[in-house]
Design a protein around this ligand. Sequence first.
Ligand SMILES: Cc1ncc(C[n+]2csc(CCO)c2C)c(N)n1
Length: 232
Amino acid sequence: MTFTEQLRQEADPIFEAIIEHPFVRGIAAGNVPKEAVKHYVKADFEYLNAFMHVYGIAISKCHDRKDMAFFSEQINFVINSETHPHHNLCNYIGIPYEALQGYPLPPSADHYIKHMKHYAHEGSLGEILAALLPCPWTYLEIGNRLMDEVKPDENHPLYEWIHFYADGEMENTTMKLRRHLDSWAEGASEREKKAMTDAFIKSCQLEWGFWEMSYNVETWDLNPKHATSTSL
Ligand SMILES: Cc1ncc(C[n+]2csc(CCO)c2C)c(N)n1
């Protein structure tokens, strides 16, 4: 079994919990509560900014041009393409995308980006890859499962969202990250493999937490003053 196959096996209960999460079930049924979608898009816009920062730091740790090119292509993909599913969600709730940008991250999303930035600043390239991988991998599996289960037609309000994540590009990104991480793991010590596993499993849990945060419209209830600026 490859290293990333082992990671996937260990994280299986979390992947299942994500697929069964009420927000994801709502995407399947085309009836997610609009407040939850609004909360998700606000947080995800900022999450994607943080994700690009992490890719940028990953580039600074690469020695190989092929790896630099991969991360730089991914930054382009996030800027130019990850906006499509957001536009689909904005159309679904009838709110312009621009109105949902520049908000502070709720606690669980804040935790997730700080977790990734921790590995970006303190970790090896292997640890960064492990922290990043659940992002495309969980979405790829959501997309594939919803395509199989729902087989949405163009009248489904979240048709584009589902198609976007079930698309070959998501598979491609996931496979490239996996291959890179698998080859890194071949030369890694037991201690580093443990750190990479920890980074991966926590990112999977934080992916679940992001759906939960959106569905429950989580806020910094007890400390509103500190929630007034984006905390990137
Ligand atoms: C919380 C959260 N997790 C994952 C994604 C999906 N996603 C974000 S960036 C990216 C490209 C990776 O190179 C993908 C697939 C999301 N939108 N929000």
